[in-house]
Design a protein around this ligand. Structure first.
Ligand code: CA
Length: 702
């Protein structure tokens, strides 16, 4: 941020916006479930319910909801984050963690801060794009995190940088896409990178006001020969076999954090193993603690309190990084301080958070890896053959999960959790993967099993839905079917409404009790972010960032997502805010564009070169450009890019980094043969795609 005349103006504007109210965002404010004007934290307050008591917009009048203001964000791409609103000012992170403050009632920009993530990212651009899921606020300080692993404290009034701390080891392929979580004067953050190198998960807490280190907790144990950091590591090491530390072990906490004010504990939802394949990671088996677990840590010291592992010996990327929602439930006539959690693995868990004991767990989606959870042991009962030990295996859910980071909400009014559910099968084939010789990648993708990213994800193989789930009875209350396998987060309100956006660009409000759709608007582009609500000057508003992005649009992709036409650069991004009686037109952001693969009749595809190209594509390019070279919209579809046809142009971009300022990393180690291999692979995929489309058309017109 540049200072000068702009600073004084920004200060004045910020002061004006604050006139009349000055909320101190501390533990007391964050524990208050009654106030509705502010959205103070990622999940609104400490309880992570994403429930607002505001009821000005309700079942009876939601049909009169209309656009109050919009803010164009033409330079942004993925917009995944949850904005915060404090005393009439909205704060949000956009792509590359660019942070803005705007007047929440008008959308007028107050300040912006650009952490220049691309410049700092270096080789990290190979593994992480522009994702940022949110920010934290504590007593006038904002904390953001960047993909290059910095945690930055900003003055909320001006956007001025107070401190900056490098959280991750810069030599390792780690990034931060998650929201930092502020609690009781500290801020905690984890990292991602489980799939891209020998990663060892760790969470670190810092003092909010200074950025000074407070404590850390390792998710998996290191090499026992070097000694354990704490007793929890010693306990965890007993559940590992082989030389797991050489592969890092994984468990990276890239999303789930909940502070529990009633037990002064921070709950972390841990990641999957590195690599995915347990046979390689821990050859003699074992539960591999604390992978895929909820771990409760003492908030002041980071010391281990208890854990519950959702997937012992995980081998399918079924991490437990999803949100953990706190509520008081009455189960069997007993009041329970409960924690609700719907991780990737397809079960919905209710835990007693005083001790981590399992209360109940039931399937919310198609699940084939386990038949049920044994209530005596708290462990899943696995289905034989699903660990793909002797043959390629289809498993439900897919590595994208039955529920991913897209937030669920919980309404204490209806007693229901609202889950953005998704259904897609995964395929696993580890033939030829040898545990003795397998090596962790460095800034590239390799999970020691072929999980099908070389193939297109066709349309109509997956579905999604908005699922209303009763955590007490562990039964479905209602479900609204939706399309394809990706879904966006939800919000519940005191107006007995549930809000959710989705793949089709529809932003809707549903009756929280019945699921009846009561209001809908199409915003002209796929939605990946969850909505929020707040009140300024007696008016309730609903806000939503619109910017197609996230893992399914990048690493996923395929026709399943490409069919919607939210192609790279096709639609402009924006922030939309709605209120009753408003009727501004939704801005036109650009038409859908479905990539047209370029087929060159004279191009002779050399199968050997194409095979080399495929290998390189799967290690590096697939991370952004999509499964089977069919882009889900994050990055250009390489089957349709003329640039890839010319070797000099292709070399300039891929080897020399001609497009690095836009986020395309450089690969100086790629030889001419490598590039020619990629060209052959892309032409092969273009030809196959055309043939596939022709076959489908013939089948449907029969
Ligand atoms: Ca993962």
């Amino acid at each position: 941020m540049k200072f000068g005349n702009g600073l004084a103006a920004a200060l004045l504007m910020a002061c004006a916006a604050h006139a009349g109210a000055s909320t101190v965002v501390d533990g007391k404010a964050l524990s208050d479930r009654e106030q509705g004007a502010n959205w103070l934290a990622y999940g609104r307050n400490y309880y992570e319910q994403r429930f607002s008591p505001l009821d000005q917009i309700n079942r009876d009048n939601v049909s009169k909801l209309g656009l109050a203001w919009s803010m164009p964000l033409p330079e942004d791409r993925s917009l995944l984050s949850t904005p915060l609103v404090i005393d009439g000012v909205m704060y949000f992170t956009g792509s590359w963690s660019k942070t803005r403050a705007v007047e929440a009632a008008t959308g007028k920009l107050l300040w912006e801060f650009d952490p220049e993530s691309i410049k700092h990212a270096g080789d990290r651009l190979r593994i992480m794009w522009d994702s940022s899921r949110g920010l934290a606020y504590w007593k006038g300080t904002i904390v953001i995190a960047t993909i290059d692993g910095r945690l930055i404290g900003l003055k909320a009034k001006t956007g001025e940088k107070i401190w900056s701390t490098q959280v991750t080891d810069k030599s390792k392929p780690l990034y931060i896409s998650g929201h930092p979580k502020a609690f009781e004067g500290l801020v905690i953050v984890g990292d991602g990178g489980t799939e891209f190198g020998a990663a060892r998960g760790v969470v670190k807490a810092y003092h909010v006001t200074t950025g000074k280190f407070a404590w850390q907790f390792f998710v998996v144990p290191g090499n026992p020969a070097l000694g354990f950091e704490d007793e929890a590591q010693e306990m965890a090491a007993k559940t590992w076999t082989g030389k797991w530390w050489e592969h890092g072990g994984g468990g990276n906490v890239w999303n789930g954090f909940t502070y529990d004010p009633e037990f002064d504990q921070i709950l972390i939802g841990t990641g999957n193993g590195s690599p995915w394949n347990r046979r390689v990671r821990s050859p003699e088996g074992g539960d591999n603690l604390f992978l895929c677990s909820i771990v409760a840590l003492d908030a002041k010291t980071g010391k281990y309190k208890w854990h519950y592992q959702t997937v012992p010996g995980e081998t399918w990327d079924y991490n437990s990084s999803m949100d953990m929602v706190l509520a008081d439930l009455e189960i069997d006539q007993k009041k329970v301080k409960a924690l609700m959690h719907a991780p990737k693995n397809g079960f919905f868990y209710v835990l007693d958070r005083s001790n981590g004991k399992l209360i109940s767990a039931e399937k919310i989606a198609k699940v084939t890896w386990a038949s049920h959870i044994d209530m005596e042991t708290g462990r899943p009962v696995e289905v034989e053959g699903q660990r793909y030990e002797d043959k390629p295996t289809i498993v439900w859910p897919s590595p994208f999960g039955a529920h991913n980071w897209h937030a669920m909400s919980y309404s204490p009014q209806t007693g229901l959790a609202y889950i953005p559910k998704q259904e897609l099968p995964g395929q696993f084939d580890d033939e030829g993967v040898k545990e003795a010789t397998w090596k962790s990648p460095e800034f590239g993708a390799d999970v020691a099993v072929d999980a099908g990213f070389g193939s297109n994800i066709p349309a109509n193989v997956g579905t999604s839905s908005l699922l209303a789930w009763n955590p007490v009875t562990q039964k479905k209350a209602w479900e609204v079917q939706q399309t394809e396998f990706w879904n966006a987060g939800t919000m519940a309100t005191g107006g007995e409404l549930v809000f959710q956006g989705g793949i089709t660009g529809d932003f809707s409000a549903f009756d929280a009790k019945t699921g009846e759709k009561l209001w809908n608007v199409n915003v002209g582009s796929g939605i990946s972010a969850p909505p929020i609500t707040f009140e300024v000057g007696g008016t309730q508003y609903v806000s939503l960032l619109v910017g197609w992005g996230g893992a399914a649009t990048s690493l996923g992709g395929g026709t399943a997502l490409a069919q919607f036409g939210w192609a790279h650069g096709a639609q402009k991004r924006q922030l939309l805010t709605f209120a009753l009686g408003q009727n501004k037109e939704i801005p036109d952001v650009g038409d859908p564009v479905v990539a047209e693969p370029i087929v060159l009749p004279d191009f002779n595809i050399d199968e050997e070169r194409a095979a080399l190209g495929k290998k390189l594509y799967l290690r590096q390019c697939v991370i952004c450009h999509g499964s089977g070279a069919v882009s889900g919209g994050y990055a250009p579809d390489l089957r349709a890019t003329p640039m890839a046809l010319s070797l000099p142009a292709f070399t300039a971009v891929v080897v020399d980094g001609a497009k690095i300022s836009g986020g395309m990393p450089s690969y100086p180690e790629f030889s001419e043969d490598d590039l020619i291999g990629l060209q052959h692979y892309l032409r092969k995929r273009a030809k196959e795609s055309k043939e596939e489309a022709a076959r489908l058309e013939a089948a449907t017109t029969k």
